[in-house]
Design a protein around this ligand. Structure first.
Ligand code: B16
Ligand code: MG
Length: 213
């Protein structure tokens, strides 16, 4: 396998904002009296904001009006944005910065493939934007994960074949998306999805780009 490109999911792979997403959805769930724990949150990881609320409502068998749906979507994002307002370089997950530096020095191209509409804000806060030649996020795809569009667009923008790219993911929906797209997928950090990917590593510290050269 000759690696020419690395495509990174954002939340849960580059930065632990998945926990912030969970707490924001938990606040909405509590408001709707829906029982919601980290276990149920696994189903929301990686999917879009709108799809997440649909799944949450289904879990609680709750029906609401379109106006209330839109208001909750806004409320969730305001809660989430307030919780990540102070995000900075110190929040980058272990091993990520070293890998980005290493890959860049070897001429390996890098992209972001995220469902988040806040991806560019987060990357700026972390000071990582310039490492990525392509940033495909929730604002740029018609079909969110588990559809492979986000990763296919990323490979396309990098000008690379799918067979020469590795996707890093932490969520079931993202792994499904990458596999559907024909990518080699490394699951990072989330043991719940370890057996669904091509390979599992506990953290980015365990990934060595030389192993794939
Ligand atoms: P936003 P990723 C995903 O990001 C998160 O995993 C998921 O929990 C979130 O609902 C989704 O982005 C949408 O995020 O509300 O910020 O647009 O893991 O694909 O980087
Ligand atoms: Mg993720």
């Amino acid at each position: 396998m000759t690696i020419k490109g690395l495509i990174f999911d954002l939340d849960g792979v580059i930065v632990n904002t998945e926990h912030n997403h969970f707490l924001s959805w938990k606040a909405i769930a509590d408001k709707l009296s829906i029982s919601f724990t980290e276990r149920e949150n696994e189903q929301l990881k990686g999917i879009s904001r709108i799809d997440s609320l649909k799944v949450l409502l289904k879990m609680g068998k709750v029906e609401i009006s379109t106006n209330d749906f839109d208001a909750l979507i806004l409320e969730k994002n305001e809660h989430y944005l307030a919780s990540i307002a102070d995000l900075s370089e110190k929040d980058i997950l272990p091993g990520v910065k070293v890998l980005l530096e290493d890959a860049q020095s070897k001429g390996i191209k890098m992209a972001i493939g995220s469902s988040s509409k806040n991806a560019r804000f987060i990357l700026n806060q972390l000071g990582l934007t310039d490492y990525f030649e392509a940033i495909i996020d929730g604002n740029g795809v018609a079909h969110p994960k588990p559809h492979p569009e986000v990763f296919l667009n990323a490979a396309n923008e990098l000008g690379l074949e799918i067979a020469n790219c590795i996707v890093f993911e932490d969520a079931e929906s993202g792994i499904e998306a990458a596999l559907k797209g024909g990518f080699y997928v490394v699951a990072v950090g989330n043991p719940h999805v370890a057996d669904q990917a091509s390979e599992f590593i506990p953290s980015m510290l365990d990934f060595n780009v030389e192993d794939y050269a």
